[in-house]
Design a protein around this ligand. Structure first.
Ligand code: 3PG
Ligand code: MG
Length: 397
């Protein structure tokens, strides 16, 4: 934590502070539908405002094709930001140049202004030095509070950090602290619980984790590929047969590194994949040829639970079954409940994030019971892959 500055290291009174935020939030018909990222950003904005700074919020929104596009205007998040910080937040129709400067000139100390989508300028994603310099002209200090965009080496996440005195915002600080405790300097034994449909998208992640954790519990469709690679018949289940060799490589690395991989011992199977489908519990070597594995079974839940009870740290990514379709959410719910209970009892530190994970934990009703649930998707995955995130690296140097 000591290798980058935080808000504690600056005097903000009278300064203009550029905050790289991640306002890339879900919205429908111009209204924000999930304010999680905004709520988590709010403490940084409020703290800077109260310290007497002019607060300039920079963000991307969606993936516009390098030009202005109403559909991707950040105007639609301004009301939600105002609500989260409890003060009226201004908006500028451009993030650089005269439009941005004029709008900023109207802001008083303590005021907050959201600038239009950075990605309306193609230079943003190219990490263009001239564009970063245009952004830098707007302020005195740069604060990055967008861990969830830190895997992008863009002008606002990387180049700009090198042009101004910089610091991590409170959300960035919390994310980095949690991630460090979970994987960089964890209390051992460390378990990783990883699910999701495919191993093809998580090869690097699995390759890194088996080198760093003591135990890897696998569920979801990706576990089927591992089972298949070990010669278990998986019937009509989702399975990436062409990834069998990769799965064997990961198992070999795990063995060498002393990481135990827990594969399902039993499964909930069904002939049809739909809500309320007739399902049965079968031992893992008894999957009927016309059935699909849609969740881990109770014996697997029990075994994972037993193993987790001996751990001090748990990292979680991905659901263990087809959790969006009942009853195939039972395994994910049960294991998530175990981790939540162990966390509440002070027996483990638990950190989760990436992709479907937050939705799965929310559906299990435990998203507030983990030590930390990251609001990041791709950035969390790249961190699990062991990659250096450009937005974090730029704060450290
Ligand atoms: C996210 O939502 O994962 C981040 O905001 C990054 O968005 P991007 O994948 O479009 O870069
Ligand atoms: Mg993404």
């Amino acid at each position: 934590m000591s290798d980058f500055k935080t808000l504690d290291d600056f005097e903000f009174d009278g300064k203009t502070v550029l905050v790289r935020a991640d306002l890339n939030v879900p919205a429908k018909d111009g209204v924000v539908t999930d304010t999680t990222r905004i709520d988590r950003l709010a403490p940084t904005l409020t703290e800077l405002s109260q310290a007497g700074a002019k607060v300039v919020v920079l963000s991307h929104f969606g993936r516009p094709k390098g030009g202005p596009d109403e559909k991707y205007s950040l105007k639609q998040v301004v009301d939600a930001v105002s609500k989260a910080v409890g003060q009226k937040v201004a908006f500028a129709d451009d993030c650089v140049g005269p439009v941005a400067k004029d709008a900023l000139a109207k802001i008083h100390a303590g005021g907050i202004i959201v600038m239009e989508n950075l990605r309306f300028h193609p230079e943003e994603e190219k990490n263009d030095a001239g564009f970063a310099a245009q952004l830098a002209e707007l302020g005195d200090i740069y604060v990055n509070d967008a861990f969830s965009a830190a895997h992008r080496a863009h002008a606002s996440t990387e180049g700009l950090a090198r042009l101004l005195p910089n610091a991590a915002g409170r959300l960035m600080e919390a994310e980095l602290k949690a991630l460090t405790l979970a994987l960089e300097k964890p209390e051992r034994p460390v378990a990783a619980v990883v699910g999701g449909a495919k191993i093809s998208t998580k090869l690097d992640l699995l390759g890194n984790l088996v080198r760093r954790v003591n135990l890897l519990a696998l569920g979801g469709g990706m576990a089927n590929t591992f089972l298949y690679a070990k010669g278990t018949a998986v019937g009509a289940s989702l399975c990436e047969k062409d990834m069998a060799e990769k799965a064997r490589e990961i198992m070999a690395i795990a063995e060498e590194a002393g990481c135990e991989i827990l594969l399902p011992r039993d499964a909930i199977t069904a002939k049809e994949f739909k809500a309320g489908a007739e399902s049965e519990v079968v031992a893992i070597d008894q999957v009927p040829s016309d059935s699909m594995i849609l969740d881990i079974g109770p014996a697997t839940v029990e075994y994972i639970t037993l193993k987790l009870q001996g751990c001090k740290t748990v990292v979680w990514n991905g659901p263990l079954g087809a959790f969006e379709t009942k009853p195939f959410d039972a395994g994910t719910n049960a294991v998530a409940g175990t981790v939540a209970a162990l966390t509440k009892a002070g027996r483990v530190l638990s950190v989760a994030g990436g992709g479907d994970t937050v939705a799965a934990l929310a559906a299990a009703g435990v998203e507030d019971s983990f030590t930390y649930v990251s609001a990041a998707g791709g950035a969390f995955l790249e961190w699990l892959e062991g990659k250096d995130l450009p937005g974090v690296a730029a704060l450290k140097s």
